[in-house]
Design a binder for this molecule. Sequence first.
Ligand SMILES: [Fe+2]
Ligand SMILES: [Fe+2]
Length: 162
Amino acid sequence: MGSKIKDLEKYFREESEKEKEYAKALEGTAKKSNNLMLKVLMKAVSTDSMKHSSLYEAMAEILDNPQLISEKESEDVIKEIEEHIEEEREAVEELKRLLEDERIKKVPAVKFLVEMLLRDELYHHALLKRLHDAVIKPSVFNEEQYWEMVWKDSMWHGAPGG
Ligand SMILES: [Fe+2]
Ligand SMILES: [Fe+2]
């Protein structure tokens, strides 16, 4: 059993490296590209790949030391999360306004990018909100229920509710 977990941990570390390499390759292609849309979107996928790399890294760390995810959070961090939630909410509202702007409706590339931003900010808002709820609630949930709650609610109920 222990060695099987080690195998999975190793796999996650390898995937983390792969994503990092892939991010570099994408960035290289983005730099070579002459087209601004291609450039910016390739760069965005590259940044996402860096993010994926750290997510894989985190999974390896958790398997190595499960304690890491049960650490209690400080008042400071909780307060800052609340401020970030508000910033994400403001971003969502601003982007929704932009989508209604006639000048933006006329330029499909800009509209596409605004929609892309809106999708991200909705997800950020919902994820931070769920994380906050989960973190301030006393541990009435077991670990599985906790992450189900964070994941499902941010995935399927992405609308900002304040
Ligand atoms: Fe990826
Ligand atoms: Fe955001």
